[in-house]
Design a protein around this ligand. Structure first.
Ligand SMILES: Cc1cc2nc3c(=O)[nH]c(=O)nc-3n(C[C@H](O)[C@H](O)[C@H](O)COP(=O)(O)OP(=O)(O)OC[C@H]3O[C@@H](n4cnc5c(N)ncnc54)[C@H](O)[C@@H]3O)c2cc1C
Length: 346
């Protein structure tokens, strides 16, 4: 085992980790003093699990993310498909993952990239020790950009179809759903991708169990109602036409408090959970569960969080507060937090 000391260590190479490494370099931190740890360096879940998903964000917002950071060097990038997409339209997330893979390659050539997983964090002697599966790093500061896992409920006896399978028609086609009865929990953006994909399969019936009425994002001049929790893009269009319109033949919707809940769930043999995300954790026995302050991303002295696992929060002009998840929002959170992090070391 080798031990190396860095000024900054970034855990995770999804969009949030990419943004953090880029912005640290733009802030004047020498690239050689940054360690970057990820088991794959393949743009995180964004690049590996959600590539076929239609975005809830306009292409212009992704372009702003790609062009926002000098260290990304995006002006030198090849002519990726994203440049040919109407900026006012949504796009497949794969069209964004492609340039992000290119940027990852540029950044890993400059910083100290460690292709492994962090397993344990400790603070002592005003220095963080990051244990990984391959080595031990020490660092003045650590940024967690480790992403989240889809949350699951526990309904015994049902075969679960994972979220990354149900959102991908090709993967879903391998599930052999002939005659199946599928329970789908949730009413999120992911739900509105899962339901049409399931309707296109030879299932006998789909029962969508929901807790809340549907919520749609509405754009105003300089803000968006339900910007982070409302349905947008194709998902919103499908929900309006089908769930608020005419339900497809084999689809039923039931509130989770419906008196026939147990009976209806008893008829199902598969289950899909589209009920949100659970932040991933790195073991840090000194600190217990690592919680961040959404206003500034601080978790502990010299330990900070960003991305879907540690999102910022914004109160809209009506007084409604939401966690902010999405590439451009991660960048805005960094703009707000990084000047603080650079002074908030151990
Ligand atoms: C279906 C769906 C659609 C979405 N659509 C959009 C959209 O249209 N627009 C938008 O802006 N956002 C969208 N998002 C939200 C968000 O952009 C993604 O969830 C994005 O993947 C979050 O980026 P991240 O970097 O925080 O996490 P991730 O992409 O999950 O990356 C985390 C990385 O950290 C690594 N990691 C985890 N643990 C460790 C460890 N211990 N040590 C080292 N590395 C570790 C992981 O392997 C991974 O590579 C969508 C999300 C979903 C689920």
């Amino acid at each position: 085992m080798t031990t190396t000391r860095y000024r900054w260590t970034v855990l995770g190479a999804g969009p949030a980790g990419i943004a953090t490494v880029g912005r640290l370099i733009d802030s004047g931190v020498p690239a050689g003093e940054i360690a970057w740890v990820d088991p794959e360096f393949a743009v995180g879940d964004f690049g590996t699990k959600w590539s076929v998903v239609s975005s809830n964000t306009r292409t212009s917002s992704f372009l702003r993310f790609l062009e926002s950071t000098v260290a990304f060097d995006f002006v030198q990038a090849p002519n990726f498909d994203i440049r040919g997409i109407d900026p006012h339209e949504t796009c497949r997330l794969g069209a964004v993952a492609e340039p992000l893979r290119w940027i990852t390659g540029r950044l890993t050539a400059r910083v100290a990239a460690h292709k492994t997983r962090a397993t344990l964090l400790e603070l002592s002697g005003r220095c963080w020790t990051v244990h990984t599966e391959q080595s031990v790093l020490t660092s003045d500061n650590v940024v967690l950009a480790i992403g989240s896992d889809p949350r699951a409920l526990t309904h015994p006896g049902l075969h679960e179809i994972p979220l990354d399978v149900v959102v991908d028609p090709q993967k879903l086609a391998t599930e052999n759903l002939e005659g199946a009865t599928v329970a789908v929990f949730g009413s999120s953006h992911s739900t509105m991708i899962a339901l049409p994909n399931l309707v296109a399969q030879p299932v006998a019936k789909i029962v969508n169990f929901y807790q809340h009425p549907l919520r749609y994002a509405v754009e105003f001049e300089d803000w968006t109602l339900f910007d982070d929790t409302g349905l947008k893009g194709r998902a919103a269009q499908w929900a309006r036409e089908n769930l608020d319109g005419r339900l497809p033949d084999r689809l039923r919707r039931r509130h989770v408090d419906d008196p026939r809940f147990d009976e209806l769930l008893g008829q199902c043999d598969r289950v899909v959970y589209t009920v949100g995300f659970e932040p991933r954790r790195v073991h840090a026995p000194q600190w217990g569960p690592l919680r961040h302050n959404p206003a500034n991303g601080i978790i502990a002295p010299g330990l900070f969080g960003i991305g879907i696992a540690f999102p910022g929060q914004r109160v809209d002009p009506t007084g409604y507060a939401e966690h902010r998840v999405g590439l451009e929002k991660f960048m805005q959170q960094l703009d707000q937090c990084l000047p603080i992090w650079l002074r908030y070391g151990v």
